[in-house]
Ligand binder design. Sequence first.
Ligand code: UD1
Length: 428
Amino acid sequence: MEKLVIHGGNRLSGEVEISGAKNAAVAIIPATLLAQDVCRIENIPNISDVSCMIRILSQMGAQIRYINKHTIEINTKTVNSYIVPHEMTKQLRASYYLIGALLGRYSRAKVALPGGCNFGVRPIDLHIKGFELLGATATVENAMINAAADHLTGSPIYMDKVSVGATINVMLAAVKARGLTIIENAAKEPHIVDLANFLNAMGADVRGAGTDVIKIHGVSNLHGCTYAIIPDQIEAGTYMVAAAATGGDVLVKNVIPKHLESITAKLLECGVSVTEYDDSVRVQSDGKFKKINLKTMPHPGFPTDMQPQMAVLLSVADGTSLVSEGVWDNRFKYIDQLVRMGAKVQVDGTMAVFEGVEELTGAPVKADDLRAGAAMIIAGLMARGTTEVEDIIYIDRGYEDYVEKLRNMGADIYRKEILQQNDVESVG
Ligand code: UD1
């Protein structure tokens, strides 16, 4: 096991190249189950959630060929089962996309309930409602979701709540259903559009992705294709905030600036300079921040997956900032860690009040989940003294080569092996 050691205080400067989007990749990889021949996917991020999804497909019998670090070819013709046991799904929330993809392919799926980041209850009732409206029966027994239909039939589906996962799962199940599916109140995140583009590249007929009404005309066959995944909006946002938080000057490259607008807007409000170019943004900061209020919302609102990182910056803003979490019930767990570093925060349900302090001080902390871990890194980079971050396995799930990328920008950060109890005994 490893931890991170961060000596804070260095300004980040230079450039950082953003990798492919995690949340698009973990939807597009299972979507290859719908194709009849080889899909070549480019700009795949080299992170553990993606390796985990690729390993699951491989265990299901798919043939996977790595062309290089960021390009794979997947042939799912050799898959011959619609059952995915707990051992495969437990590490990865997005394993639930296998339900939609297998239903789309076989009209049957038996998939163990997923693992992943724990920020409160994460229901899947909307996914199940969507499958049922497409004509499947769906039950949960022994922690497995069992969905089956003679054949799926297109249907109007109104999402009671905007859900990224349910929108994607219904898209996967509906692309080969008979007739027209209309998803209303659909999620609009960039990775929904990316998945729709991928499905269309395979011959699907998906229209309206990126708006709240998605129309899917079912087709009988999907073919292989070559497709490049979009850049990761949250990885980009994380480096933008890290650059700002350290009073730095960083060019964040290989991004779609439009996807970053809500993050850019909040940084500007804090007094940070953000300049947009065609496929990069430059962030410049003097390390002084104005207080702001922030509410997370589904896209195009401020992303919940950027809330912990931005909150770290607000912990040293000039005045009192209000952070309201509008997507998840329990996404402030990381604040206990931040308070250990000197932040002054009061949490009341889904609202946190940050009273800006002069500076943070280094401390031993842990990553409670993926984005909480990213927030701890930013806190460590800003803090006076040394911060050690444990449980970094969460961060490895979603950020490619982050230690190297940060070191290239001047951060003093490295991985260190954690001595286990046995090691301590043998040493001493
Ligand atoms: C995805 C992202 C996650 C991000 C979240 C919101 C992936 C792999 N994960 O998660 O990083 O934080 O979107 O942007 O892409 N809900 C229900 N019933 C359901 C499904 C969801 O009530 O059946 C609720 C959830 O409890 C939550 C809200 O809807 O309050 C949004 O969840 P959803 O958009 O589905 O999140 P995920 O797809 O799980």
